[in-house]
Design a protein around this ligand. Structure first.
Ligand code: ZN
Length: 115
């Protein structure tokens, strides 16, 4: 199915095709501050409905993941990177998707803090 997502003010809007399953909750300094609950999908499964030039970008550490956020309202709906096998991948923050019951999702804890 198609999941619609956006930042709070609507400047960033997008769609993700796929079945939403368990989400990753990582305790690293970045994920814990932003409150990310991440769903990893192939980059091609995410379609932007707003201009890519409207995305602000944050990188840190090895600078291989582009963490995008809205320059107006600050929400961070997704990031782009590459999977361990080399596939372009999107990490979708399911908090920014419409109609998702966060309490019903299985959360997979990832200990990014100690890596
Ligand atoms: Zn916004």
């Amino acid at each position: 199915m198609v999941h619609k997502g956006s930042c709070h003010c609507g400047r960033i809007s997008f769609q993700v095709e796929g079945e939403l399953g368990p989400v990753v909750e990582c305790n690293c300094s970045h994920c814990s501050r932003k409150g990310y609950l991440l769903w990893f999908v192939p980059r091609g499964s995410l379609t932007l409905d707003s201009p890519e030039s409207d995305l602000a970008t944050y990188t840190f550490n090895k600078h291989v993941i582009r963490h995008h956020f809205c320059p107006t309202c600050g929400c961070a709906p997704f990031g782009f990177g590459t999977s361990p096998s080399g596939e372009p991948t999107a990490a979708v923050n399911v908090r920014c998707l419409e109609g998702v019951e966060l309490g019903e999702l299985q959360r997979i804890p990832v200990d990014g803090r100690s890596r």
